[in-house]
Design a protein around this ligand. Sequence first.
Ligand code: HEC
Ligand code: HEC
Length: 220
Amino acid sequence: MGQYMNFWCGRTAVAVAVIIAATCCSAQAVEPTAKAVPEKELQPKIAYCKTCHGQSGQGYRGATPIPRLAGQQVEYFENQTKAFVERRRENKFMYNVAHVLSPAMLTALAKHFSTLNPKPLGGASRDHISEGKTIYDEGLPKSDVPACAACHGADAKGNGLFPRLAGQLNEYIVKNLTNWDKERGQDRKNPDNSAIMQPIAHNLTPAQIAAVAAYLNYLE
Ligand code: HEC
Ligand code: HEC
């Protein structure tokens, strides 16, 4: 339980950190540096990811929303891809895609996508964007929802294991926050960072989720 909380160390501005202070600050495991992947193997793999995630990693509105990967945090990207393989996170497309990736390939892909910076796809209804911004910046104290900005950053660019949300497809955000318990944290014996978001997702109403998702959808 304690080890997945380690990334909290050093974050002072987050009120909720108090809750997990007891588990904070044991030594962080250092991953061995992955070997470089030859370009002739990496490039076709990148092209393959982009058939679904968009030519600039900007995401794609398909039968199911396919998330933006551009500008995503490397650590978060790697952890989620592993989560699909370990079935901590349930998704039939991404299990098939991810379980064949070597650790070195995974790191190379995460680094590639983190450097991309296309304009957000946009397209969400603009009706409740200002309400969404207020939720993002200030949270909903009456509903026990902390400010999203406290963890995801004032600019929503994320940090390490906290994902970037800026420019993400609103449909994808809505789907995630609505189904949090059904898709993430699915290996009860191996709890992960998804536990941090669970109560937050749970305490938002559908209208609040739609508003904050619309705000993030346009954020560069
Ligand atoms: C067949 C389409 C498809 C392909 C090909 C594909 N993905 Fe995905 N990917 C998806 C879908 C759909 C999701 C959203 C899953 C969900 O809703 O939980 C996703 C989610 C992800 C996520 C999680 C993003 C987040 O914000 O949590 C990562 C990381 C990812 N994909 C990486 C990759 C990489 C790397 C490749 C190439 C090796 C790739 N994907 C290829 C469809 C695809
Ligand atoms: C206490 C810290 C914290 C706060 C506050 C927080 N989040 Fe998160 N959020 C996380 C973490 C950690 C993850 C990654 C979860 C994982 O690894 O499965 C996450 C993941 C997400 C994801 C999934 C992103 C993706 O690419 O799949 C969405 C969407 C999200 N948060 C939205 C929000 C919104 C909206 C708010 C404010 C209402 C918020 N979060 C507040 C910590 C936080």
